[in-house]
Design a protein around this ligand. Structure first.
Ligand code: SF4
Length: 177
């Protein structure tokens, strides 16, 4: 895969920062899963969340079966960072970018798996657990659902969570060539 060609196209997208990382750099933790189970209202509601995504060990194995990942961020300014719904509404544009990036890597011949933001909200009502996912091509579990310590990798690469009224979204597109 020609990374320079990919980077040229990344430059045309509203991406603030990107990094090519090795999947083995990621830290996985049961503690993150515990937060899903005890604090996230989306737990056990979609195919993109635990328990549907499997144990942290199974998630780790799946992630590490792809040796590389492209990590990238987008940022958006909101009127009031305390308005959670307004913040969440901005994620759709980020998800479009994630889908575009994934398609780009696939077109370059890579097999991919994408982890992105929050739980899947493609359908008005998720089919979990009664029927298979309607859009597995758009199902992007969130990074934390896989037990990944997002703050550790963000810190390592200096991903800037600016604060103020700016929301930073980030995604990982795992790939193997
Ligand atoms: S695409 Fe639809 S069915 Fe699949 S996980 Fe997302 S909301 Fe659920």
């Amino acid at each position: 895969m020609n990374r320079e060609a990919i980077e040229a196209r990344l430059g045309e997208l509203p991406i603030v920062q990107y990094e090519w990382i090795g999947s083995e750099e990621l830290m996985f933790s049961e503690r993150i899963r515990h937060i899903c189970e005890t604090e996230c209202p989306m737990y056990n509601t979609t195919w993109a969340c635990p328990p549907a995504v499997g144990s942290v060990e199974a998630c780790k194995e799946r992630c590490l079966s792809y040796p590389h990942a492209l990590m990238f961020t987008t940022m958006v300014e909101v009127h009031d960072i305390a308005d959670i719904q307004a913040c969440l509404d901005t994620r759709h544009d980020h998800e479009k970018v994630a889908h575009y990036v994934e398609k780009m890597l696939r077109a370059a011949g890579a097999e991919t798996m994408t982890l992105s933001t929050e739980a899947c909200q493609v359908c008005a009502k998720c089919t979990w657990p009664d029927a298979p996912c309607r859009r597995p091509d758009r199902l992007y579990p969130c990074i934390e659902s896989h037990g990944i310590v997002a703050t550790a990798i963000a810190e390592k690469y200096g991903i800037d969570f600016i604060g103020g009224n700016v929301v930073t979204w980030f995604s990982l597109v795992f790939f193997r060539e």
